[in-house]
Design a protein around this ligand. Structure first.
Ligand code: NIG
Ligand code: FE
Length: 385
């Protein structure tokens, strides 16, 4: 197998606290990386780098672990630009627009859905994302959820069955729940690693705590790992349910009680914050600073979807987390890489420790602080060796 030596790295963020400056980011300056067989084989000072078959000189740029976007909805057709414009003119977000995307997604064929998902993943890679989780949830029939997960599985191994996104238009709640926990789950489980549920008791078509529990326990019995959309639009049971059931992550976490924060701090569930949603729905941001100060493990993700955040940019999420949720640039970068990996229960991504996947993001900048310092400037791109 060919080995590659990457040189010219002004600043290397490894996320390995055992190397470099002793911080959680494990920063090395004037560094080099050797990759072989898709894995990191060596990191250290450039002067001490071992020989390799080929060399890539990044010319004084910073290198960080490729971003781990642990929450996205990339399988959909159509867009909701008009809904966004109306929201910016004062309309609130209530999830009602999901039906618009469900209709467009059902009309699209399998080839179109696959092409749309692949194009969105390419857009993410061009901005430094090397691992992405992709949910279904805009099909909401057995046939269309299977088609959505088939498209997702073609672009990632981190596939999530979100049949319990909303009760679809025209369906009765109890029958739909029986379908999601029965026939639809049986058809979709072989295509998915995870199951997710939109737990939002205040929303007419999403699911309350008891319904979400039924979805998650059925998913677990089918061999799937657990994820939850919780506490997005208002307070609710989602966070505590996720922690109680040992979900890998509970996502949004916009409206948290002290008890929710305490449960997250004591539990094993990552709090994944999606600040692009607050940006695009003009909502108050989650208390990212408070979660970190309470000892909660925090991840950042895009939630890329046509309703609440049609952005695929992890650098934008980092900038928003720093500006709006008072994370330091270092904390935000960790959350967008190592935090995302924790949210997916992965140890081979989100780090450039020896043995990890050689998934790099190269920054057209001398330090990773520029991710937040230069918002909107496309400085990051993926380099997978
Ligand atoms: O994560 N909250 C539920 N689902 C998506 C948005 C879906 C949509 O509006 O299309 C989310 O924000
Ligand atoms: Fe989402």
């Amino acid at each position: 197998m060919t080995s590659t030596l990457v040189t010219g790295i002004a600043e290397l963020v490894t996320n390995d606290p055992a190397v470099g400056d002793g911080s959680p980011l494990g920063v090395l300056r004037g560094a080099a990386v050797v990759a072989e067989d898709g894995r990191v084989r060596w990191t250290g000072p450039a002067a001490a780098a071992p020989a390799a078959d080929r060399r890539v000189d990044v010319g004084g740029r910073a290198v960080v672990p490729g971003f781990v976007d642990s929450h996205s909805h990339l399988v959909f057709a159509g867009d909701r630009a008009a809904e966004f414009a109306a929201r910016m003119a004062g309309q609130p977000y209530d999830g009602g627009g999901i039906a618009t995307t469900v209709a467009a997604t059902r009309r699209a064929g399998a080839a179109e859905l696959g092409g749309l998902a692949a194009a969105r993943v390419a857009e993410m890679r061009a901005q430094g994302t090397t691992t992405v989780e992709v949910k279904s949830g805009y099909g909401l029939t057995v046939e269309h959820e299977v088609a959505s997960l088939t498209a997702a599985a073609a672009v990632t191994s981190e596939t999530t069955f979100l049949g319990a996104h909303v009760v679809p238009p025209g369906a009765a709640r109890e029958e739909y729940l029986a379908l999601v926990t029965g026939e639809m789950l049986r058809a979709c489980a072989p295509l998915a690693r995870w199951i997710d549920v939109f737990c939002e008791p205040g929303s007419a078509r999403a699911f309350d705590g008891d319904e979400a529990r039924a979805v998650l326990t059925a998913g677990r019995a089918a061999g799937l790992g657990l994820r939850v959309h919780g506490n997005q639009l208002g307070p609710g049971p989602g966070v505590q349910l996720a922690v109680e059931l040992g979900a890998a992550s509970v996502d949004h976490c916009t409206h948290l009680s002290d008890a929710d924060v305490a449960a997250l701090a004591d539990g094993d569930t990552v709090a994944t914050l999606l600040p692009g949603v607050e940006f695009a729905t003009r909502s108050p941001y989650p208390d990212g600073r408070g979660l970190l100060d309470a000892g909660v493990t925090v991840a950042l993700a895009t939630d890329c979807n046509p309703g609440t955040c049609y952005s695929s940019s992890m650098p934008l999420m980092i900038a928003l987390a720093v500006r709006e949720m008072h994370l330091t640039p270092a904390e935000a970068l960790w959350a967008a890489t190592a935090g995302g990996a924790r949210a997916l229960r992965r140890t081979d991504v989100g780090t450039l420790a020896v043995g990890a996947r050689a998934d790099l993001a190269v920054l057209a900048a001398p330090s990773s602080v520029h991710l937040a310092y230069r918002p909107g400037v496309p400085i990051a791109s993926a380099l997978e060796l």
